[in-house]
Design a protein around this ligand. Structure first.
Ligand SMILES: NC(=O)c1ccc[n+]([C@@H]2O[C@H](COP(=O)([O-])OP(=O)(O)OC[C@H]3O[C@@H](n4cnc5c(N)ncnc54)[C@H](OP(=O)(O)O)[C@@H]3O)[C@@H](O)[C@H]2O)c1
Length: 303
């Protein structure tokens, strides 16, 4: 049995991963997050409320748990908030990662860390794992710094880069693109979606599966995880309307420079998934296919 610590266990990926791993007898799952436990339906699972930016507390707790593997999903993920609160962002996205790295080095623990397409400038997407990063935002810079820190200090790491994550967990705390568009159209609310930013959105179940595959296979290195088709955010919203049979006329296209957001975003990201397909056995899907899975999950929740 593998003892796996999941930091940020209350988050979208964190909850999905707690559910996935704790359903199997092969893992002893321990969640760490800052608030009250939001995985109230998971069995075979322990939870500790902790601020992982508190270095001493974190090391003390990890020394008691002695995990075989740590999956670091905790992060400040709001790109504009990171731009405005750079110090706070660094504390969680960089310094807490350094604490985890130091622990993993000392104890030879496998560290799985989640990174982002925002480490790229969006001029040459889709990107392979080897392409040169050039982040445009503080969020992207903080995630790149965390990657560099890990690579410079340990060998038994997996960095999983992902893009625009959406999905459903029991206790949702944030919104995501699919729910946002669906709810707006259901309420006949006009929404504006950018037609000049291109992404490959990721169903959180696929990201959680990739983490599990990395744990099981001890797959070290950097891996790209996303869906397999590059779409503009506007095109995604049209597909969401189609999937839920909602009226597309409420969706208006807009360009990025009309938004005036604090943080710059890359124009065109997207990933080449060849390495993950080959070495992780990652099954790649289109956004359209995964929307049907998401729709089924929502329907099962309702009945
Ligand atoms: N979401 C995306 O579109 C996206 C895209 C690319 C990459 N990523 C990366 O994927 C990873 C997971 O993202 P996500 O969307 O699942 O994130 P999320 O839903 O925002 O979850 C992050 C979790 O971290 C916890 N947390 C925050 N500060 C903490 C602290 N000081 N100590 C302990 N826990 C703390 C929060 O716990 P509480 O709920 O208890 O406050 C929150 O539940 C992140 O590394 C992110 O950078 C995400």
């Amino acid at each position: 049995m593998k003892k796996v610590v999941i930091t940020g266990s209350n988050g979208l990926l964190g909850q999905k991963l707690v559910n996935l791993l704790s359903a199997s007898p092969n893992y002893d799952v321990i969640g760490l997050s800052i608030g009250d436990d939001r995985n109230d339906t998971a069995n075979n699972y322990k939870y500790y409320s902790i601020d992982i930016t508190n270095k001493d507390e974190l090391i003390k707790l990890l020394n008691v748990i002695k995990p075989d593997c740590i999956v670091n999903t905790a992060a400040m993920t709001n790109v504009d908030q990171c731009e405005k609160e750079k110090e706070k962002c660094n504390l969680l996205n960089v310094e807490a990662v350094e604490t985890l790295v130091n622990f993993c080095k000392e104890r030879s623990t496998h560290l799985i860390h989640i990174s982002t397409d925002f480490i790229f400038d969006g001029k040459n997407g889709p990107y392979t794992e080897e392409d040169e990063p050039n982040p445009l935002s503080h969020y992207g810079k903080s995630k790149l710094l965390s990657e560099e820190l890990i690579k410079s200090k340990i060998n038994n790491y997996t960095i999983i880069r992902t893009i625009l994550v959406y999905g459903l967990v029991d206790n949702m705390s944030g919104n995501n693109i699919v729910l946002f568009v669906k709810e707006a159209l259901e309420n006949k609310k006009t929404i504006t979606m950018v037609d000049d930013q291109y992404r490959m959105p990721t169903l959180v179940d696929d990201l959680a599966l990739a983490c599990k595959l990395a744990i099981d296979k001890k797959a070290y290195g950097v891996f790209n995880i996303s869906s397999n088709e590059l779409l503009s955010i506007y095109e995604m919203s049209l597909l969401i309307a189609d999937a839920f049979e909602l009226d597309k006329s409420y969706i208006k296209r807009i360009s990025t420079n009309q938004l005036n957001q604090p943080a710059n975003r890359p124009v065109k990201t997207g990933f080449d998934l060849s390495k993950s397909i080959k070495y992780l056995d990652f099954p790649s899907f289109s956004f359209k296919e995964r929307l049907q899975v998401f729709k089924n999950q929502l329907e099962n929740l309702r009945f």
